[in-house]
Design a binder for this molecule. Structure first.
Ligand code: NDP
Length: 399
């Protein structure tokens, strides 16, 4: 039996689990393990009855020994980590200790420093190589599909890609004055950090949300997009031949920015603990507790997402521009798996990465970002598994 252990039972995990169960020939047994076992049980109850045998368990993924015991008991081939970025290293340690392969969707971030970097996870490369184990990093949409799109562009249409602009637009409306589409803590830490992009071999830093552009997105229309630092910039700047500049833009409405500014100005987005009624609390943890749970946004969110990459470079001495993107409808996702498109666009690629690993197509000892694997089988799976892509050789969206 091919067994997979999934850690986490939140918005993204719900999608991964549904999609694994839609592919029972590959995912024969699935264990859902997370901190709050009632969430695992609730998810299991939605999935029971299909051909994939589903189990649930409680685990604190901050504790490597607990993870080792669970893995030794269940003996999965691969662990899909869709808990939080804080757990990446403890889970990788447990995979090494038990001889188990690994996949995640977000790079490690120390809980007390709002900074994400690959250096901590890349430091495991030699140990995974020696153990004959594969670790697939950042296999969601962005990071994830954006890396696969870039590798696909390079493989088929370019000798060298000189610039990549990753554009992430969410045209969805959940009807709340303010809510985040995935884990609020991780989301707010990302957006309130300084912006950063790569140009001519160095990083250029901006103030948070300092650079704004307006783009007209297919099936969504005009949106304000802001330059952010995003983790795939770090690996793509190394892995894409000839790259001279790489940037990431994400759309936010004025209402979202206004709320965020107020929350930031009053100190609610801070991760520095304060004393409140005799207890130390992080303002951002408290804010997370009062904001809507992203997993509850599914039935309310209407509209579409559009995420993709514009690549510019040369092929056979001629200039080439290429835009590849996916449009995903929030309500269609909700009808299919009970979640909104942000969780869907993350969970489907995580399942595809694990599927390609189990089929032996994305399997090589070491620690790799997605663009280091063959993009073709992944691109084919995106079309089959609910995230079809479109391409365009005359993009006029961004300079
Ligand atoms: P949620 O907050 O909805 O879910 C996180 C889950 O992890 C919860 O079930 C939570 O348990 C569990 N968890 C947290 N800490 C622990 C722990 N110590 N031990 C065991 N379980 C734990 O987050 P999302 O589903 O929205 O996001 C999941 C991941 O996906 C995140 O890492 C996020 O950064 C990433 N992501 C990646 C994207 C991409 O495109 N690459 C896009 C969006 C998200 P509990 O219920 O008890 O809190």
């Amino acid at each position: 039996m091919r067994k997979v252990l999934m850690i986490g039972a939140g918005g993204v995990a719900g999608v991964v689990a549904h999609k694994c169960c839609q592919n029972p020939d590959v995912f024969e047994e699935l264990m859902i393990a997370s901190r709050t076992v009632s969430k695992c049980d609730a998810l299991k109850a939605q999935l029971d009855g299909g051909r994939t045998v589903v189990h649930s368990a409680q685990v604190n993924a901050d504790n490597t020994e607990e993870l080792i015991a669970l893995i030794n008991d269940f003996k999965p081939e691969i662990v899909i980590n869709v808990a939080l970025p804080y757990q990446d290293l403890t889970i990788m340690d447990a995979c090494l200790a038990t001889g188990t392969h690994y996949l995640d969707t977000a790079n490690y971030e120390p809980p007390d420093i709002p900074k994400f970097e690959y250096k901590w996870q890349w430091a495991y490369k030699e140990r995974f190589e020696k153990a004959g184990l594969t670790a697939i990093l950042g296999c969601g949409f962005d990071p994830g599909v954006t890396g696969v799109f870039s590798a696909y562009a390079l493989k088929h249409y370019f000798d060298e890609i000189h610039t990549i602009d990753i554009l992430d637009a969410n045209g969805g409306d959940h009807g709340y004055p303010f809510a985040t589409n995935f884990n609020p803590e991780i989301n707010i830490r990302e957006i309130t950090a300084n912006g950063r992009y790569w140009e001519e071999g160095k990083w250029i830093e901006t103030e948070p949300l300092e650079i704004k552009r307006v783009f007209d997105f297919d099936e969504i229309g005009e949106k304000d997009a802001y330059l952010l630092y995003h983790e795939e910039l770090e690996s793509l700047a190394l892995n894409i031949t000839g790259i001279k500049r790489i940037r990431f833009f994400m759309t936010f409405g004025q209402q979202y920015i206004t709320h965020l500014n107020v929350l930031q100005n009053v100190g609610m987005t801070s991760i520095v603990p304060i004393e409140y009624e005799g207890k130390q609390i992080q303002p951002l943890h408290f804010l997370k507790a009062v904001l809507p749970d992203p997993a509850s946004l599914g039935p309310r969110t209407k509209g579409k997402t559009n995420i993709g990459c514009i690549c510019r470079g040369v092929k056979d001495g001629k200039a080439v521009s290429y835009y590849v993107y996916n449009v995903c409808d929030h309500q269609s996702c909700y009808k299919e798996v009970g979640s909104q498109a942000i969780s869907y666009t993350t969970g489907v690629p995580a399942m595809i990465g694990a599927k390609l690993f189990l089929e032996g197509k994305w399997k090589k000892p070491g620690v790799y970002n997605v663009e280091e694997f063959d993009p073709d089988p992944f691109m084919a799976e995106l079309n089959k598994q609910g995230l079809p892509w479109k391409e365009n050789f005359d993009p006029d969206l961004v300079e």
